[in-house]
Design a protein around this ligand. Structure first.
Ligand code: IPM
Ligand code: MG
Length: 366
């Protein structure tokens, strides 16, 4: 048996507690079939951790995460914790894990599953076969820049955040993006606001200087406002997009919607040593939590990414993605991807049943 790999499972809040156990069944099954020796441990993060331990990222959660090969996270947050100050909110748990594990590279694929083409808000011909990868810098930029805060100056409050990137931070995320572009269609678009912000002028310079080292990649640059517009106008012009933390946050939600459902999209956040945190792009969806309505596919597909990037098992990744496709092709849909006028061609299923269906397909292929 191969060396044991520890996986920290953090269901978090809301639908995270429903989709993560389903994805763990897929994880354990695929690992056992592909000879990957995993040990799953569970921890607290987000609102649940605030309730149980008084902090969104208890020290033992961070410590377990740091000694694990990978983390599988559900979602954090909910109305119960909305009134807390910024630095005490559930989201800080997520940001603390990103920083504490140095997960600087966030990969957010926006992939259209052919059977869901009609669920997109765009015309089918604009999105058919859509396959974009957003590479978002995750441990720097305005999310982490100092100084930050709200202070009183001249009898009024003033809010401050700092948008800052050093050359090495730009270079390492750009290299990840160039390398991924080499494996895909070879087109990389770097998104900035270099017409206004000096920090992104530096970004553009550093990215441009690297281009010579990746001759098979065609590099272009785009201002973020235009990129947002182009994503909804003609998304298929993009292959890989690379950008900073905040622009990446915004553009990845836009790209996600193009594919028809936020409930379908996985993400990987990687450190330079292959440690990774894997989570669905969607949030905790408190409005449907606890009702067996949530779509577990984004979390299941996050497990596929974990096999690919942290567990060195592309076969397991392919098999999981294939199983998801097969279940969709047979017409099974959770509520969020159920077409309004399905005329009997789709069957509505809940979280658990969707998980059972994927496992069934996986059992047939692995
Ligand atoms: C995301 C989320 C987070 C972010 C929040 C929950 C802090 O929107 O992962 O995209 O802004 O990074
Ligand atoms: Mg976001």
């Amino acid at each position: 048996m191969s060396e044991q790999k520890d996986i920290l499972v953090l269901p978090g809040d809301g639908i995270g507690t429903e989709v993560v156990p389903v994805a763990c069944r897929v994880l354990e099954y695929a690992a056992s079939r592909c000879g990957v020796n995993v040990r799953l441990q569970e921890g607290l993060v987000g609102g649940n951790a605030i309730d149980a331990a008084g902090t969104p990222l208890p020290p033992d959660t961070l410590q377990m995460a740091q000694s694990s090969r990978a983390v599988l996270l559900g979602a954090v947050g909910g109305p119960k914790w909305d009134d807390l100050p910024t630095l005490e909110r559930p989201e800080r748990g997520l940001l603390g894990l990103r920083a504490g594990l140095s997960l600087f590279a966030n990969l957010r694929p926006a992939l259209l599953f052919a059977p869901l083409a009609q669920a997109s808000s765009l015309k089918q011909e604009l999105v058919s076969d859509l396959d974009i990868l957003i590479v978002r810098e995750l441990t720097g930029g305005i999310y982490f820049g100092e100084p930050r805060g709200i202070e009183v100056v001249d009898n009024e409050r003033r809010g401050v955040n700092t948008y800052v990137y050093s050359e090495h931070e730009i270079e390492r995320i750009a290299r990840v993006a160039f390398e991924l572009a080499e494996l895909r269609q070879g087109r990389l678009c770097s998104v900035d606001k270099a017409n206004v912000l000096e920090v992104t002028q530096l970004w553009r310079e550093v990215v441009s200087q690297l281009a010579a080292e990746y001759p098979s990649v065609e590099l272009s640059h785009m201002y973020v406002d235009n990129a947002g517009m182009q994503l909804v106008r003609a998304p298929k012009q993009f292959d890989v997009l690379v950008t900073g933390n905040m622009f990446g946050d915004i553009l990845s939600d836009v790209a996600a919607m193009l594919t028809g459902s936020l409930g379908m999209l996985p993400s990987a956040s990687l450190a330079s040593d292959g440690t990774g945190m894997y989570e669905p792009v969607h949030g905790s969806a408190p409005d449907i939590a606890g009702q067996d309505k949530a779509n577990p596919l984004a979390t299941i597909l996050s497990v596929a990414m974990m096999f690919r990037y942290s567990l060195d098992s592309p076969d397991a990744a392919d098999a999981i993605e294939g199983a998801v496709n097969a279940v969709l092709a047979e017409g099974f849909r959770t509520m969020d991807i159920m077409p309004a006028d399905s005329q009997g061609t789709s069957s509505l299923v809940g979280t658990q049943e969707m998980g059972d269906l994927v496992l069934g397909k996986l059992e047939a292929s692995l």
